[in-house]
Design a protein around this ligand. Structure first.
Ligand code: 5AD
Ligand code: SF4
Length: 439
């Protein structure tokens, strides 16, 4: 019988896609996927360090594996991802979680088969980290979760150093993949029947800056738009400071680029934006939104917002509430500010007390939810194109899919439609989902 593996993934799409690569490497070694840790021969945690709760959860989950390892001493336990890029975290794992066998970081995933072999030969804990990750390894394939939509990396790392964020320290300096290599990968996906591509990077808008020749993100979109078979192009994440007019025009003109933009604002207060080192003002941001709405009518705009950044006053927070009402977001990821050691904001003196953070967080949600609902109301009785994704977890006769604007939608249909584009008429609208029927 083949050996079995399981992967637990925390964090962002970048990690999700890295896990798809890990899965491909393991299956090439003869491993087979299992949903159950109890019957696994190899368990790997792909970790996130962006907020403290993601970090703490991993310690809890890794601790719980101790008894499994006792029952099955041949079980191999590995940890990778952003947490492992920090020496102090690795030291905690090495000293307190001695049942962990393999530790590696964010830019040496391709070495996993080698690391497993070395562990099997020596039985010694393996630590393999690249501290200064500047290299791009182009040749790892991925065992993608879906057969019709795929993530494709275009940039790695980040140079922005927002003062709250640990990513520049865990994923290193920004570097762009060569356009030929990206386009080749997408061409191949299109030939295999993939219809939707999501271009991934910490800040896709600055794509091309490290290539050494003139090549912009808008140009990359134009090239991807030409690939036959690809029907939908998405991308994330965009930094407002780099969202150029050229890019807005590309989103407007290119037929396959979806009417959707994730544009993290983080705060609506100029004082806080400055302290966060975001390099734009609320006025700049609102002007961008105005331009985008004009160029791409019906575009769905989503965002990330941090509540309780050090020094945030009631007045600053009200500026955030005011901004979200002005923008009228379609959806938003909201976060309580979390201290990340090693970042500039971690040493700021005026940290906001937890009760105030929680109270503001609730007020933000109370403001956002009716806005989401109102934005969704615009879809009532309309017919939209949907890419069918899966059977609903709660009802086997119901399918779920997404509109071009990224809205999650439920409708009745046969599972043979998964991976197809269908037209759905919307009959019910909620804050987070739409419902309808195929026409
Ligand atoms: N605390 C809270 N939220 C954070 N984010 C990044 N760092 C922190 C932090 N220290 C959020 C930002 C970012 C998203 C991916 O995570 O909003 O856009
Ligand atoms: Fe973090 Fe800012 Fe880079 Fe995004 S742009 S990864 S928030 S440092």
């Amino acid at each position: 019988m083949n050996k079995r593996y399981t992967i637990v993934t925390h964090g962002c799409q970048m990690n999700e896609h890295d896990s798809e690569k890990i899965s491909w490497l393991l299956e090439n070694m003869g491993y087979e996927w299992t949903d159950y840790k109890e019957e696994s021969d190899f368990i790997i945690y792909n970790t996130c360090l962006v907020r403290e709760n993601a970090e703490l959860r991993v310690y809890g989950q890794i601790g719980a594996l101790k008894s499994l390892k006792r029952k099955n001493p041949d079980l191999i336990i590995a940890i990778c991802g952003c947490m492992m890029q920090r020496e102090e975290v690795r030291n905690v794992i090495l000293s307190k979680y001695k049942h962990v066998d393999i530790i590696f970081g964010t830019s040496n995933i391709h070495k996993l088969p080698q690391l497993i072999n070395r562990y099997e030969q020596t039985g010694k804990t393996i630590v393999d980290i690249v501290e200064d990750n500047r290299e791009i390894v182009e040749d790892i394939e991925a065992n993608r979760k879906y057969s019709f939509k795929a993530f494709v990396n275009i940039t790695y790392g980040c140079n922005n150093f927002c003062t709250y964020c640990i990513v520049p320290y865990t994923r290193g300096r920004e570097r762009s993949r060569e356009p030929e290599s990206i386009l080749e990968e997408i061409q191949e996906l299109a030939e295999r029947g993939y219809k939707e591509i999501t271009l991934l990077g910490q800040n896709v808008n600055s794509y091309g800056k490290t290539l050494g020749y003139d090549y912009s993100f808008a140009r990359l979109l134009k090239e991807v738009n030409k690939i036959d078979g690809i029907e939908r192009i998405r991308f994330m994440t965009s930094h407002p400071k780099d969202l150029s007019d050229e890019l807005i025009e590309a989103i407007a003109k290119l037929d396959k680029v979806c009417e959707q933009l994730h544009l993290p604002v983080q705060s609506g207060s100029n004082r806080i934006l400055k302290a966060m080192n975001r390099k734009y003002t609320r006025e700049d941001y609102l002007l961008l939104i105005e331009k985008i709405n004009k160029a791409v009518p019906n575009i769905a705009i989503s965002t990330d917002i941090i509540v309780g950044f050090p020094g945030e006053t009631e007045e600053d927070f009200n500026q955030t509430l005011d901004l979200v009402k002005k923008v009228k977001y379609d959806s938003a990821f909201t976060f309580l500010y979390s201290i990340r050691e090693g970042t500039v904001a971690a040493n700021m003196k005026n940290q906001v007390p937890d009760e105030i953070k929680h109270e503001r967080f609730q007020r933000l949600l109370d403001t956002l939810y009716p806005i989401f609902y109102n934005e969704n109301l615009k879809y009532m009785d309309k017919t939209v194109e949907v890419l069918v994704e899966e059977v609903s977890k709660n009802n086997e006769n119901v399918l779920t899919g997404r509109t071009r604007t990224g809205k999650l939608i439920h409708f009745e249909g046969d599972k043979d439609l998964i991976g197809e584009l269908v037209n759905v008429k919307i009959t019910t609208v909620k804050s987070f989902t739409l419902e309808g029927h195929i026409i």
